[in-house]
Design a protein around this ligand. Structure first.
Ligand SMILES: Cc1cc2nc3c(=O)[nH]c(=O)nc-3n(C[C@H](O)[C@H](O)[C@H](O)COP(=O)(O)OP(=O)(O)OC[C@H]3O[C@@H](n4cnc5c(N)ncnc54)[C@H](O)[C@@H]3O)c2cc1C
Length: 427
């Protein structure tokens, strides 16, 4: 891997997401060697992926080169690599570019889409966890409209314009809202020959409310916002299959559709060597103690989505969100330094800053610790918070300018089929 030898302890971080970057930044000017590995050479700001999928933002405005984030730190090394295995006996990681020994290892590999074992759904539906997946979805949505314009078969046209989003969490809600805005603001302008009333947006939630985990008010308001935008909200309905043509559910309800977006769950992106039952718990997450140490090891840690740290308030693990990941990364930085100096580590305490979701123009819901509000002000708060946490001045400016432009012009100019999506099935 061509990593220089050093007398400093070597800390390997797997994953340049929110958790890995926060940790690397914390360790950047210390007397340690940090090696960060990621299968992408950029950090992805996942909360805005849905805007890439719906043509609101270009992908490069929500991605940032990992090398640039840490370019000024002398003991920092980045390698573009996929880690395939962790050998906990020899303290070595095995990657597609070679093996590397560590003194301390931090797994920050995040999460991946959970299809709950349904291979048909996995094969035919669209996920939205990475930038390439979001670009695939963007292409598919636009290709479906192009096809709908050409087909003479009404049933096929309806299916091409029927969108089914499975999962009523923030991702599903935000995507449904954005698609509804495309139907209202873009379709009539771009496709005057198409009966845009045929475009339907469905969001299916297995539980009794949207945005589970947020307040009842937020959930009800989000549903109200979506319905006002013309989205069909189906609650207490569980999707059982999708064969590339029809979505079946546990009720009589079926949907003929060319587009299913699976936003119904994620699971830890475990790596061989730390994926055995001894280490992994609910949601395929690695069980860690209050100092993020993996069971049985003093020098191996897990942080962010991949880590399951149970607390009194969150007995099933902290939420798989950006804030716990960032806070754990920052705190682990201090703790590893303490461990090196043989001082006691400080147990992690999660500072819950609340949750928020946007449904569309002037429509968002915000639950802070002591304050809950919805509507236009919530939308401004949502935008401010997302701009603040985006990495890089250029990205913040580009996103801000895009949002202002889209707001004034009711537009989404990134509706481009740059890399056509090859469907694995035909209606
Ligand atoms: C569509 C979407 C919307 C979201 N919206 C919100 C939101 O509004 N608010 C919020 O708080 N949270 C949101 N989240 C969740 C939030 O993005 C995650 O909780 C957060 O990214 C977790 O950070 P992490 O560092 O643990 O993992 P990630 O950010 O997922 O980073 C993991 C990194 O590890 C790398 N990696 C994985 N496996 C390997 C391997 N084997 N080898 C090398 N590299 C590897 C990946 O490439 C990735 O860069 C959203 C998530 C998604 C998908």
């Amino acid at each position: 891997m061509n990593i220089p030898k050093t007398s400093y302890p070597r800390i390997i971080i797997i994953g340049g997401g929110f958790a890995g970057i926060a940790l690397a930044r914390k360790l950047s000017k210390q007397e340690v060697q940090v090696v960060l590995l990621d299968k992408h050479n950029y950090h992805t700001f996942q909360p805005l992926l849905y805007q890439v999928s719906t043509g609101g933002l270009e992908p490069d405005s929500i991605a940032y080169p990992i090398r640039k984030i840490l370019k000024d730190f002398p003991n920092f090394h980045f390698r573009l690599a996929e880690v395939n295995e962790i050998d906990t006996t020899c303290n070595t990681i095995k990657t597609n570019i070679g093996d590397l020994k560590f003194d301390y290892l931090v797994v920050a590999s995040g999460s991946k889409t959970n299809y709950f074992g349904n291979t048909e759904i996995e094969k035919h539906s669209m996920a939205m966890k990475t930038i390439p997946q979001s670009l695939n979805l963007r292409s598919l949505i636009l290709e479906n409209f192009e096809e709908a314009l050409l087909t003479t078969d009404l049933h096929e046209r309806i299916a091409l314009m029927n969108f089914v989003i499975v999962g009523g969490g923030p991702t599903g809600v935000e995507l449904a809202g954005a698609l509804a805005e495309i139907k209202k603001g873009i379709l009539p302008k771009d496709y005057p020959d198409l009966d845009t009333r045929l475009a339907q947006i469905n969001i299916i939630q297995s539980g009794g409310c949207l945005l589970k985990g947020m307040s009842e008010n937020a959930s009800a308001k989000a549903e109200d916002f979506l319905e006002k935008l013309g989205v069909h909200v189906w609650k207490n309905v569980r999707v059982t299959n999708y064969d590339g043509k029809t979505v079946t559910t546990n009720s009589d309800l079926t949907f003929d559709t060319a587009t299913v977006v699976w936003a119904a769950g994620v699971q830890g992106a475990t790596i061989k060597g730390l994926d055995a039952k001894d280490f992994v718990t609910r949601g395929n997450r690695i069980l860690v103690n209050q100092c993020n140490q993996v069971k049985g090891f003093e020098h191996i840690f897990a942080i962010g989505d991949i880590a399951c740290m149970a607390t009194d308030e969150f007995p099933n693990g902290l939420p798989m969100m950006a804030q716990p990941a960032i806070q754990q990364g920052q705190q682990l930085g201090s703790n590893i330094l303490k461990l090196i100096e043989e001082k006691p580590m400080k147990p992690f305490e999660y500072k819950d800053k609340g949750a928020m979701a946007t449904v569309g123009r002037n429509k968002a819901v915000v639950d802070l610790k002591t304050l809950r509000f919805q509507g236009v002000f919530a939308w401004y708060v949502w935008m401010f918070v997302h701009l603040f946490f985006l990495i890089g001045f250029r990205n913040r400016m580009v996103v801000f300018v895009n949002w202002v432009y889209n707001y004034i012009r009711f537009d989404r100019e990134a509706r481009l089929i740059i890399r056509p999506f090859k469907k694995k099935f035909k209606l």
